[in-house]
Design a protein around this ligand. Sequence first.
Ligand code: CTP
Ligand code: MG
Length: 230
Amino acid sequence: PRYFALIPAAGVGARMAASGPKQYLKIGGKPMLRHAIDAFLFSELIAHTYVVVSADDPFIDSVVPSHGVTVLRCGGATRMESVQNGLAALAGTLRENDWVLVHDAARPGLDEALIEKLITSTGEHPVGGLLALPVVDTVKRSIAGEVGTVSREGMWLAQTPQMFRYRLLRDALAAATDSARDPRQVTDDASAVEALGLSPKLVEGHPRNMKVTMPGDVRLAEMYLATAQP
Ligand code: CTP
Ligand code: MG
């Protein structure tokens, strides 16, 4: 089987509230997006890496390496749209059964070991798989002032990469678009697949693969990167 990486990097980073898109913020001296790209470039299992950015992105050319990565300037209004547009652009390149590993540009802590763990553990699973972390905290749900505790049994926090076969992922995202669901609710790829009634495999990830979302996350990500990898 062939494995491809697709990195959606067309967000604006509203919650980070930096002067530019957060994927270009430096983590340990290197742009966040470049960390994500390098993890796939260093992995021998990945055939090619694609990055989705906005059509008018002025920063990407200075960040992307000269070999092994193709930039797709077709970002959309939501993460889901960016992934969909990227997959559509690869219609003549990828085969139905090729695996696509979709990974957030905002997760600079990914490394080859986690990529290989995901691919090896998912194997030839009929649906696909994703990295995720078991929930360790007590979970509360508060709706209109009514508070309850949700059992954390069986609860996981989704990370990326999330790997699915090209055809299944395209179909799942198309179905999610057709349904009345708000596309902003489809915050990862697996949820679109699950909506078809399919169960992907959860593969335990690592805290270092955190998503950099809020301003304080930058230093936390730098701390993980400075720590020797297990
Ligand atoms: N993303 C994308 N296209 C969008 C929105 C998000 O490709 N229209 C990408 C981001 O660049 C990021 C990943 O999806 O790599 C995860 O999204 P998130 O962490 O939410 O990033 P932003 O949307 O940029 O941040 P915010 O939601 O705070 O604006
Ligand atoms: Mg977002």
